[in-house]
Ligand binder design. Structure first.
Ligand SMILES: C[S@@+](CC[C@H](N)C(=O)[O-])C[C@H]1O[C@@H](n2cnc3c(N)ncnc32)[C@H](O)[C@@H]1O
Length: 417
């Protein structure tokens, strides 16, 4: 196994993410898997990497203040890590400067050293200048996104949302009652804190590895259950979970059905399906029949056709993920303003493909973890417009700045019998 320091890992991950256009989680977890680190060094590497990603625009603003003539991107990554430690993580100055300079090739150490030392001298000026920058710089979000949130939610909520996206996400878990009763869970895992108003959920300070391994709980934000509750599946029913992987909602639906009946869980992504298999086995969701299928590309498999019609269908659609940006740190850097309309077409295509599989009188729930009307209310409107056999029963949103959980949307639509 390689011996790299936490800072070297964070730097290598930043470069991978930037150059190879990989997902942030994959960029760092592959490196961590190949390196021997103590758990505190591992945590430090993660903190540096995600911290720098969360604050890219602000860090680059400071780099611009320190050197107007521009900086090569490889050096910029090193400076980003250095400034993140100095100004945001509040690492001791000596360690932040010295250890960061060591990351640079020898011939470039003088310039990195000079810039980081200048930053420490100009600390209060640079922090004050940052405070008067526009919101998209202060909170490092794409400008187009901040602008649309200001229009949709108002300036105050947009500011709260951007700041909320930069906070580390709490560890929320859903108690899996298919494996353990709630009281027993709370007794066994005494460090868990029940969430008020949400009896299925608890919060931990650190990842409860043993509880997760034993299938006693599943990492899940409480906002995810609004879709399952709208679906309201009953024991003995036949449910289609159209975009199911990695199985978070499927597991909860199985619990609501008391493991009686059948859930057909589809997804197009083979890797995610593998993860779902493991997750559902751990959770003891025994009524799930897993199938690989893409609703937008391939013909309906005979297997699904034979199982139709379904009592209820859940479409937890692929989306821009703007409601979960504090958990998926790099989402903001992948988004473009054209994505929302593009996603809408894909979402509608998926819903149209599953609708004929719903029995008359049945319920379809369309859900996303997006905050954008194009992917939520507008999809629902277009679907309703295209068929007189559908009736909107309920729409519900979770808004981080109002509800304190991830953003989510769910619409319950009934096929008129
Ligand atoms: C929001 S995620 C689902 C999360 C899942 N319901 C859960 O609770 O764990 C959306 C899923 O849709 C899948 N997907 C995207 N396009 C699809 C398509 N055309 N057909 C089937 N699945 C698709 C993705 O692979 C992804 O796993």
């Amino acid at each position: 196994m390689a011996r790299l320091s936490a800072r070297q890992i964070a730097l290598a991950a930043l470069r991978r993410w930037r150059k190879q256009k990989r997902f942030a989680d994959a960029s760092i977890s592959e490196l961590l898997a190949k390196t021997e680190l103590t758990s505190s060094d591992r945590a430090f590497a993660l903190e540096l990497f995600y911290g720098a990603l969360r604050n890219l625009t602000l860090l680059d603003f400071w780099i611009g203040c320190l050197r107007a003539s521009g900086v090569h991107t490889d050096l910029r990554d090193i400076l980003r890590l250095g400034l993140y430690q100095l100004f945001l993580l509040k690492t001791a100055e000596h360690a932040a400067v010295h250890e960061t300079v060591e990351l640079a090739p020898k011939r470039q150490r003088t310039v990195i050293n000079a810039m980081l030392r200048a930053a420490t001298r100009r600390r209060s000026e640079l922090l004050t200048r940052a405070n008067v920058q526009p919101l998209f710089v202060r909170t490092s979000h794409p400008q187009f996104l901040v602008k649309r949130w200001q229009q949709h939610f108002g300036a105050e909520h947009a500011e709260t949302l951007c700041k909320w996206n930069n906070l580390p996400a709490p560890v929320y878990c859903r108690i899996n009652r298919l494996r353990i009763a709630r009281d027993k869970f709370l007794q066994l895992y005494s460090s868990s804190r029940p969430l008020t108003g949400n009896s299925d959920f608890v919060e931990f300070d650190v990842l409860p590895t043993s509880a997760l391994r034993r299938g006693h709980c599943y990492i899940q934000d409480p906002s995810t259950i609004i879709a399952c509750q709208r679906l309201s599946p009953k024991p003995g029913e036949k449910i289609l979970d159209a975009c199911a992987a990695p199985g978070g909602k499927t597991g909860y639906v199985a619990q609501l059905m008391e493991n009686l009946g059948m859930i057909v869980a589809c997804d197009r992504d083979p890797e995610r399906l593998e993860t779902m298999k493991g997750n559902l086995a751990r959770l003891d969701a025994a009524i799930v029949h897993i199938l690989r299928h893409s609703w937008t590309n391939s013909q309906l498999p005979a297997e699904i056709e034979t199982l139709a019609p379904f009592d209820r269908i859940l479409v937890d659609a692929p989306c821009s993920n703007t409601g979960v940006m504090r958990r998926r740190v790099d989402v903001r850097w992948r988004l473009t303003s054209a994505d929302f309309a593009r996603m809408q077409e894909r979402q509608i295509k998926i819903v149209r493909a599953v609708l004929p599989l719903l029995k008359p009188g049945g319920v379809i729930v369309y859900s996303t973890c997006s905050l954008e009307p194009e992917e939520n209310e507008e999809v629902v409107r277009r679907i309703l417009k295209s068929s007189t056999a559908l009736r909107l029963a309920e729409e519900m949103r979770s808004l981080p700045f109002r509800d304190g959980f991830d953003g989510a949307f769910a619409a319950k639509i009934i096929r008129i019998g």
